[in-house]
Design a protein. Sequence first.
Length: 179
Amino acid sequence: MIVNILNAITLSRILCAILIYFFLFLESHYLLALLLFGIASFSDFVDGYVARKTNNESVLGEILDPIADKLLIVFVLIGLSINLDSFLIGFISAVIISREIWVAALRDINARNNQSDKTKVTFLAKTKTAIQMFAILLYLFGLTLNNMMVLFFADIVLIIALFVTIQTGLQYTISTFKK
């Protein structure tokens, strides 16, 4: 029962990603996009926490959770890059997507070699996701307030997220190919 609820919460993040993407093109809906993203981000923490505390972790949840996170982040970043006409956000989105595809390939290699522990999610990778989500919250907050200074700080946080994203990709690569 709890596992089904947790998986439904995870799946709801994918729906939120799509809705937020469309809300970004309706200027009067920035606040709604901000609130929805805040709820979706918080639900990522809650469903993982509840699953661990109640010992209701599932294989499906373990697979869906990171996919839902990636879709949420990528949909919203691409929507922001279009909305703000931002080469920076577009470029960083491309790097994030590339890193995710690369890490998925590394995980596949390691799974085939019975070495899945080499690409197990690290604390830094979880931190990366949190920084990416914080940057997006800042962008949505800046759009809601129509405040360029907040958008500038969001750019800085997103650049920090870029470096952490690259670092975690490198760590997984080194771990995979180290003898």
